[in-house]
Design a protein around this ligand. Structure first.
Ligand code: ZN
Ligand code: ZN
Length: 327
């Protein structure tokens, strides 16, 4: 038997046993085709052919994946070829398959490679930071803008993107209420990527399919945090966040305490409540985005607010009359 026939025999006998994630699709002299698969999303198909003077020259390798990014697959093909070159004169196929399996084990973040590239493009070099931690399958994102920072860790689960990323410990010098709202909104965004909406779908809607949640959530954090320091209160037109984070109003009862309404826009507590307390009642909307205003500290119904306002007006009139009388 020739060299290639021997190698093919060995592959048939040992490949699936020695490389558990490998499934042989075809193993003949013209081509060896195998699948390295961990999940539907972490899957690479390798097509390998013997060149003319094999094994003295490198195996011809073509990698395919429906889910890993093209750029990643191209880079991986080059690395596989370099690896095979180290073993000229010896069988190269089993080595290549083992190398691919190892790559997927050691680089769990490969499944979000193109998302990571897109996130990086939104960051400012030397200011923001994105660190990949393959060992723990997690990503550290640090956003910095005008004396404020937002650090958050994403954990990418094995079955991503069928399962959403998990958000871990956000650190920030933004006010605690903002930290809480931003974090929860990010978490909700990730959840919505993988869970169908509660609302019954319309008959013609396509069936729900989980979407990758990393880029969407990270972009939300980046865009939101970067515009916060320049956001002004819609009423007094003053910048909401002080340039010095030390000067943030911490007392929740203070009129200058910052309040974030549901749409994400900011007000001073005093400015928001003054707006809600004055007519016209019934349809209070955010002046920036037009969304209906709701806020947990303001549970007064419109009717009640209107009555209260009328009552205050009447009282003021009475006082004015009394004053007139004495003047
Ligand atoms: Zn204000
Ligand atoms: Zn708004």
């Amino acid at each position: 038997m020739g060299f290639i026939e021997n190698e093919l025999e060995e592959i048939k006998k040992l490949a699936e046993r020695k490389i558990p994630s490998c499934k042989l699709v075809c193993c003949v002299k013209t081509m060896v085709r195998a699948e390295i698969k961990f999940t539907e999303y972490k899957k690479i198909v390798a097509c390998m052919q013997f060149p003319k003077n094999y094994p003295e020259s490198t195996l011809l390798i073509e990698l395919k994946s429906k889910t890993l990014s093209e750029k990643l697959i191209q880079g991986l093909t080059n690395v596989c070829e370099t690896e095979a070159k180290k073993h000229l004169g010896r069988p190269q196929i089993m080595l290549t398959l083992a190398f691919l399996q190892n790559f997927l084990i050691e680089n769990p973040l490969s499944c979000c490679h193109s998302e990571i590239g897109n996130i990086k493009r939104l960051l400012v070099d030397g200011v923001d930071e994105l660190k990949l931690k393959q060992k723990s399958s997690s990503i550290f994102l640090s956003i910095v803008h005008a004396n404020y920072f937002w650090n958050v860790k994403f954990f990418v689960p094995d079955n991503y993107p069928v399962l959403a990323i998990e958000l871990k410990n956000a650190e920030t010098n933004l006010p605690p209420t903002l930290r809480h709202h931003i974090f929860e909104q990010g978490r909700e965004m990730a959840r919505q990527c993988v869970e169908p909406p509660l609302k019954k779908p319309k008959p013609n809607d396509p069936p729900f399919k989980p979407q990758p949640s990393l880029e969407k959530t990270a972009c939300f954090f980046i865009n939101y945090v970067k515009q916060l320091p320049s956001q002004v209160c819609q009423f007094c037109k003053e910048q909401c966040l002080p340039s010095d984070p030390q000067l943030i109003e911490k007392n929740e009862e203070s009129p200058r305490h910052l309040e974030r309404i549901f749409c994400g826009h900011l007000f001073h507590q005093e400015c928001l409540f003054n707006y809600l307390k004055t007519p016209p009642f019934g349809n209070k909307r955010c002046g920036i985005c037009g969304e209906k205003i709701s806020h947990h500290k303001w549970s007064l119904s419109d009717k009640l607010a209107e009555n209260r306002w009328a009552h205050e007006q009447a009282r003021e009139r009475e006082l004015a009359e009394v004053e007139d009388f004495f003047n």
